[in-house]
Structure formats: C-alpha cells, structure tokens
Design a protein around this ligand. Structure first.
Ligand code: ZN
Ligand code: ZN
Length: 148
C-alpha cells in the first residue's frame, strides 16, 4: 500500500480501536502496520516473523490473537482459503482475488463488473448477502514468466 493510504488506514485503525474499547498498544499498531505494508495476504506466522524483527519478545500467540481480534471488529478480513492456515487482508473494501495455485500468492484486483454481479433468486430469496467477492484460480505472472 502507498504510504498515504497506510496513514489513512492507521487513522481509522485508531478510531476503530477506540470504538471497540481496544487499547492501542505499540504491538497492535506494529501488527496492523505490518499487515498494511504487506501485499501478500499473510498468515499469522508470516506476520509474527515480521513483527518479531521490531519486537523480539512478542509471541506468536499475541500476534495471532491480535489478528483475530482485528478480524472480529471488522478491521481486517480473513481471506477465503482452500485448506492451510488463515490469511489476513487489511483491505476490507470491494475487491476480488486471483489465487495462484502454484505459489499461493493472492493478487488483489478491482472490477466494477464483478461488484455489480446479480445474486441468483435461489440465494436472494433465502439468504441475506452482505458482500460479494469473485475468486479466480490460476497462475500468477511470476509462475508463468509473464506469458499467460
Ligand atoms: Zn504464482
Ligand atoms: Zn485482498
């Protein structure tokens, strides 16, 4: 994420913590910032490895619990994964994902056409849809050498 976008997110992070009575600790800020700076949709373990560099005494458990708390208050999304550990997404806005089946990268993309997809009657008549995300599976540019 661009640094101005990160600043904007950090601001709403502070507001969101206050609203939910969550103390704003340096560790929580570090976990959130590291998540914003990563475009990898990282796992709790990957976040732990990153945050540990600045806070050598932080435990995996703290990082993991912090991420789950963020998800609970809607500050981050838990990414749809097909087996394997949970992955986290700091972008809770409308966007879609391409999952690379070879290396596991998840690439964000925006597409108005997908945002506007109709919900089938069979679903709309029974269920309440609160968000829509299109998930594509394939190979990323690194895995194809840039030639799809
Ligand atoms: Zn790949
Ligand atoms: Zn995403």
């Amino acid at each position: 994420m661009h640094s101005s976008v990160i600043d904007r997110h950090l601001q709403s992070f502070v507001e969101s913590c206050r609203r939910h009575g969550l103390k704003i600790t340096p560790q929580r800020v570090a976990v959130y910032r590291a998540l914003l700076e990563s475009d990898q949709h990282p796992t709790a373990d990957a976040m732990f490895q990153t945050v540990k560099l600045t806070y050598p005494h932080i435990s995996f458990d703290t990082v993991n619990r912090t991420l789950l708390t963020f998800a609970e208050i809607g500050l981050v999304d838990v990414v749809e994964v097909f087996g394997g550990p949970k992955r986290f997404d700091p972008d809770t806005g409308d966007h879609h994902h391409l999952h690379c089946v070879a290396c596991g990268r998840i690439i964000d993309f925006i597409h108005e056409g997908y945002n506007g997809l109709d919900v089938p009657d069979a679903i709309a008549s029974k269920f309440k849809v609160i968000s829509k995300r299109v998930v594509l599976k394939g190979l990323c540019d690194k895995c194809t050498g840039g030639r799809p």
